[in-house]
Design a protein around this ligand. Sequence first.
Ligand SMILES: C[S@@+](CC[C@H](N)C(=O)[O-])C[C@H]1O[C@@H](n2cnc3c(N)ncnc32)[C@H](O)[C@@H]1O
Length: 411
Amino acid sequence: MEPSTHDLVKEKYGRIATDGGCCGPQSSCCGGGRAAEVALGLGYSEAELATLPEGANLGLSCGNPTALAELKPGETVLDLGSGAGFDLFLAAQRVGPEGRAIGVDMTREMVARARTNAAEFKRRTGLGNVVFHLGQIELLPLADASVDVVISNCVLNLSPDQAAVWKEIARVLKPGGRASISDMALLRRLPEPVRQSVEALVGCISGAPLVDDLRRMMTEAGLEDLRLEPKAGAVAAMLPGDDPLALQLMELLPAGTQPGDFITSLIISARKPLGQTLRKRTPEDLEAVVRLLEAVNLPANGLDRTDGWVIQDGDRIVAHVAIERTPDAAVLRSIVVASDQRGRGLARRLLEAAEADAGGRTLVLKTDAVGPWVERRGYRRVTRDQLPPSVLATTQFEGALCASYPIYLKR
Ligand SMILES: C[S@@+](CC[C@H](N)C(=O)[O-])C[C@H]1O[C@@H](n2cnc3c(N)ncnc32)[C@H](O)[C@@H]1O
């Protein structure tokens, strides 16, 4: 019987875990002796690497997902295919003692090595927030909606059922949770001999999906805010010309082509939608909206002259924006998000809803808090004398309230 992909992968990474990643003929994401060199080439800093237990970095990465995950203290982070714990030990320091760092890997020897490293990590940092589970990423040993952030570094391409992995990611993420993943992907289909090469498979290459297929799997899993960006220079860092896998590939690839013409390291991010509904404000919402505004000292006067949009989470209103219309402009005011819901894109959803609701009018906004944020969304700063007279008659502009705040406009 032919060995399964899982068997081949376990055999390969079991050997690397036992030998320390320095004895196989291959390097790069495929296990090599240039671990620190590869990591520095992928954007890890020397200071970060110095915090790791010896042998946590086996040179198996193809990106730096932890740097992009924007981990916050107290969060629960899950590393898929955590290997010897490389990224997870960095993540554990970012989520801190109140947070949890969970690794899942199906290779017994890798998990054993990671657990040994965790003891050393605890001795060095005092952090006991790391745990490693033996398990498959196609069937995660974790509860639904239990994780804030999923990270992974050069693993998903090794799975024989990547659609199932994306569904599992969506299942274990909490609503609003995010994925930050580095992986190999294909810019164009690999020639058949490369696709059939076992070395290319376990070297994170022949199992890599086409970028479009990857986007489809993520969408079908129900994730949104997808970002898939090639990481410049990563393939060169992982597969320099003298690398044994690179040499083998060059023999199999059509003359005149390079591995980088076919394969790229991708920075992948996505978010699980919030279980929240965005809808128009009704008169019954007003009391809750006023409470939301008062909690952050925003004025609640004149709301009856506005149309509003709210985001409702269960039976709670967690965000609000109001629009006061004039014949030629729409003044956006009272953009507010409950303090425990910030950083999840709610303000962006509200702004987009209000803009769509403005009926093509010029949009005007007065804010001293989110100026750079609205400028990135096409607003430009103006002075009061550039505003149409109808705007000066709105609640937002008629009194002295917040008179010194900068004004922004978008046509
Ligand atoms: C290329 S290594 C990356 C290790 C680690 N992420 C790093 O950057 O050091 C791939 C790891 O994923 C694990 N792995 C591969 N396929 C897996 C699967 N289907 N389920 C669980 N673990 C898997 C392997 O055992 C191996 O430890």
